[in-house]
Design a protein around this ligand. Structure first.
Ligand SMILES: Cc1cc2nc3c(=O)[nH]c(=O)nc-3n(C[C@H](O)[C@H](O)[C@H](O)COP(=O)(O)OP(=O)(O)OC[C@H]3O[C@@H](n4cnc5c(N)ncnc54)[C@H](O)[C@@H]3O)c2cc1C
Length: 399
């Protein structure tokens, strides 16, 4: 399924177009025949990650100097969209891996740590997880309770608990956010650490509604040795910057799921007959289809904007929130409509529409829920208004 919106291609370099086509072939060959089976087994095979690494999918945004593909954010998003069309769970893993697990050390690790990290995290040799969330810290990262204490040999010791971490218990290495003290204002100081996942204590694979094949993990950290990723106290800043790219990946995943579900619905509309005619002839369903297409195209347009800004070297945090918020909710609506169009068959596991519908729901929660995106957007709008108008008194009442 290469993208129907050819407008995108005008923004891609010829080598990116080639990469996108190769990624589509990879999806057809390595993912499409197995996605339903992985869903049933609730597991993604390790060999898939190795193959993805060898195909360049684990280092899409990293520069060539460290062994990456050096693709633009737009090309990365289109690849994630393509993968999501076949398997939401693997798309989520690739989105998080490239933006967070690679992006964080790439942007912030010391040269010494980078030598250890690259190219292992890019070529599929290492699976890496990115662990921020805890039982008391989700939307509010201030609730992080995992601590890191300096040891005499220059390393750190981490103690705490993490939950809902993608591939956490299947990873080889992890980036873990921990509290290392308080800043001058008395606020918790966050720092990122590189740890060996074998040193953690696995608790369980958390059973999820969607993205079942992904290993959503819970684990403890008990006297786990860690190495600084970036400077002490700069963990939150780095995490937020990486999440900008992460949110675009999740938006792309959402669009891929929505598009794929709608494709199945279209085929069903043409093949299924009721009341002596094809269900495609019922206007109620035609209108659902039209709404899905318009909303998915709007989501694509909103995703294009931050991608262009990234290519220009501009900050795109706010635009990432627009894209993530709209794309995730539009995709959920599209998958819901697609399922409705498919009727009882859509609700069964004989088709992948119901899987996509469950997978899409995750995109409204992970990497900052819809409410948190609305918070970010409204705060930015009000801050800009305050700068424009000042803290004005209410206008005088008309007499
Ligand atoms: C499948 C899956 C994979 C994940 N992978 C990872 C991972 O790899 N690494 C990682 O660190 N985390 C991961 N997470 C965690 C994910 O990022 C969090 O679930 C998400 O940020 C929401 O946090 P929460 O679940 O604690 O919800 P809560 O923060 O408890 O929120 C509950 C509800 O309150 C709302 N809410 C919270 N604060 C506000 C507010 N101020 N105003 C209005 N509404 C508010 C939320 O939007 C939500 O509706 C994953 C989660 C899932 C389900």
């Amino acid at each position: 399924m290469l993208h129907p919106n050819s407008l995108y291609y005008d923004f891609l370099k010829p080598e990116e177009l080639t990469f996108l086509k190769k990624a589509a072939d990879f999806c057809q060959r390595e993912i499409a025949p197995h996605a339903a089976e992985w869903e049933e087994k609730e597991e993604l095979p390790r060999a898939l990650f190795t193959a993805a690494g060898r195909a360049g999918l684990m280092g899409m945004l990293a520069p060539k100097t460290v062994g990456g593909q050096e693709l633009s954010m737009l090309c990365f998003c289109l690849v994630i969209e393509e993968i999501a069309g076949h398997c939401g769970a693997f798309a989520m893993n690739m989105a998080a891996h490239n933006a967070l697990c690679v992006g964080h050390p790439l942007g912030y690790a010391s040269d010494e740590l980078k030598k250890k990290v690259f190219p292992g995290v890019l070529n599929g040799d290492w699976m890496v997880a990115w662990a921020l969330t805890e039982p008391n810290a989700g939307s509010d990262t201030g609730g992080v309770e995992t601590t890191a204490t300096p040891l005499p040999d220059g390393t750190w010791e981490l103690n705490g608990q993490k939950i809902y971490i993608t591939m956490g218990n299947h990873s080889d290495r992890m980036i873990v956010m921990a509290v290392t003290g308080k800043d001058e204002k008395g606020k918790k100081e966050f720092t990122a650490f590189w740890i060996n996942s074998a040193d953690t204590t696995k608790v369980r694979k958390v059973k999820t509604s969607g993205v079942r094949a992904s290993n959503t993990s819970e684990f403890h950290l008990k006297q786990v040795k860690g190495e600084l990723v970036g400077q002490r106290g700069k963990g939150q800043h780095a995490a937020l910057a990486c999440l900008d790219g992460g949110r675009l990946g999740i938006a792309a995943m959402a669009i891929g799921l929505g598009r794929s579900a709608v494709e199945i619905a279209k085929q069903r509309m043409l093949s299924r007959r009721q009341f002596g005619k094809r269900i495609a002839e019922f206007q109620a369903l035609q209108f659902m289809l039209a709404d899905c297409e318009v909303e998915l195209r709007a989501a694509e347009a909103l995703l294009l904007q931050p991608c262009i800004m990234q290519a220009r070297g501009q900050r795109f945090s706010l635009e990432a929130s627009f894209a993530k918020l709209y794309a995730s909710e539009a995709a959920s609506r599209a998958c819901n409509s697609a399922l409705q169009i498919c009727g009882g068959w859509g609700y069964t596991r004989d088709t992948s529409v119901e899987r996509m519908w469950r997978d899409a729901r995750l995109t409204e929660i992970g990497e900052g829920s819809s409410e948190i995106q609305r918070l970010i957007i409204s705060r930015a709008l009000l801050k800009a208004a305050e700068e424009k108008y000042g803290l004005a008194e209410p206008p005088p009442a008309k007499k």
